[in-house]
Design a protein around this ligand. Structure first.
Ligand SMILES: [Zn+2]
Ligand SMILES: [Zn+2]
Length: 395
């Protein structure tokens, strides 16, 4: 029997257990960097497959599966453990038992899938050469991101993986299908906080004041030229301001205005350059209008780059395993994801797992109270992840 068929057989056999594992994690969600019970459950589940693990980043875990000749090559597979502060609205048996906390981004699915894939790989360890590193990281949803802490604590060393592969649920794609994108895939996301300072007073006497509301209005318009005139058209860039607060009144000009927004792009050099341009323009414009400003740009996750060669091989493996008709190309995605940290360090591939089932009404987006998946996707995900890993070890 060839490897794909052998894995398909194991994926089918282990799918029911994987559903139970996913439901257990779903029913017992924990917030970012508080995943103590989830980590203990992952540890115990790995042990039941004969895999020992070590704690990393306080609530994360790392483990290895050694094939024959383990030094030959190491690759890493990654899952994330955390849930979100959302009240679950699904009426299902496995509904969250913790009010106000919910696995609404599918990290329960990623963790259960990696556990299932690990069980398959452990079973097949005499049939392949190399080492597979299993990375269960905490805190994807919260800055600074568990990935950055795992990297600082050495997850990409001893043994150093040549590449890292991760998957994420995708409710726009039907269960049974997966999506890939080579190169730029997800955006860096930085938070911008601006305080425009003027001099408040009676709105009837503008000559006595320096109006921070008018300055802010100009500033918001002017800053869009960073995107339209300075960003290369080849680099996706977004600058959005979602909050502006001037605590004046119909007849009161306030002393200051607070503006908050997000800057997203897909190039690290341009990202740094843009931050400087935003600061310079804001300071210069405020000064030219008689006011001043304080500007703070908080760096979020970097942009996510899918290594073209690795992604090409993973996509080809997926076509072999699932059939060409079940593998699609993904669009750019201006959301952010801390898997991007790994992609800045080693060749990385982050692909999407279809979880939608229109007929059963499973269509809600991630981060919504009604997000759920078609659990048929789990058989696909555990088998595909194991198959992609073995193909990559052989590449
Ligand atoms: Zn999320
Ligand atoms: Zn997520």
């Amino acid at each position: 029997m060839n490897t794909a068929d052998k894995i398909k057989e194991l994926a089918k056999a282990y799918a029911p257990d994987t559903v139970q594992v996913r439901r257990h994690i779903h029913a017992n969600p924990e917030l970012s960097f508080e995943e103590y019970n989830t980590a203990a459950y992952v540890k115990q589940t790995l042990e039941s497959s004969g895999i020992t693990s070590e704690t990393m980043a306080e609530t994360g875990l790392v483990a290895v599966i050694k094939g024959r000749n383990p030094e030959k090559k190491t690759i890493a597979l990654r899952a994330d453990l955390d849930a979100l502060p959302i009240v679950e609205a699904n009426e299902v048996d496995y509904r969250s038992k913790t009010e106000g906390v919910m696995h609404a981004c599918g990290h329960d699915v990623h963790t259960a899938s990696l556990l299932g894939a690990a069980r398959i790989l452990q079973e097949l360890r005499d049939t392949f050469e190399g080492t597979i590193k299993l990375v269960f990281q905490p805190g994807e949803e919260k800055f600074p991101g568990g990935a950055s802490i795992m990297i600082k604590e050495g997850v990409l060393q001893n043994p150093a993986p040549e590449s890292i592969i991760g998957q994420h649920v995708f409710p726009l794609l039907p269960a049974g299908k997966v999506g890939f994108r080579s190169g730029m895939y997800m955006a860096s996301a930085d938070e911008i906080y601006i305080t425009v300072k003027g001099k408040g007073g009676h709105a009837a006497m503008p000559e006595m004041n320096i109006d921070p509301v008018l300055i802010s209005a100009h500033l918001i318009v002017a800053l869009q030229q960073i995107v339209s005139r300075h960003a290369s058209p080849k680099i996706p860039t977004v600058l959005s301001f979602g909050k502006i607060e001037a605590k004046g009144a119909t007849n009161v000009i306030p002393n200051e205005v607070k503006i908050e927004g997000t800057f997203r792009t897909m190039n690290e050099v341009w990202r740094k350059d843009a931050h400087q341009k935003i600061k310079k323009l804001a300071e210069g414009l405020c000064e030219s209008m008689g006011g001043s400003c304080e500007i703070d740009i908080k760096n979020g996750y970097p942009f996510l780059q899918n290594d073209p060669e690795l992604t090409g091989r993973a996509r080809a493996a997926a076509e072999l395993y699932l059939g060409e008709e079940n593998v699609v190309d993904l669009d750019l995605w201006m959301g952010a994801e801390d898997f991007a940290y790994y992609s800045q360090e080693v060749p990385a591939c982050f692909y999407r797992l279809g979880t939608r089932n229109e007929a059963r009404g499973i269509i809600s987006g991630v981060h919504t109270p009604t997000f759920d998946i078609d659990e048929a996707a789990l058989e696909t995900s555990i088998g595909l992840m194991a198959f992609v890993a073995l193909q990559e070890l052989n590449a």
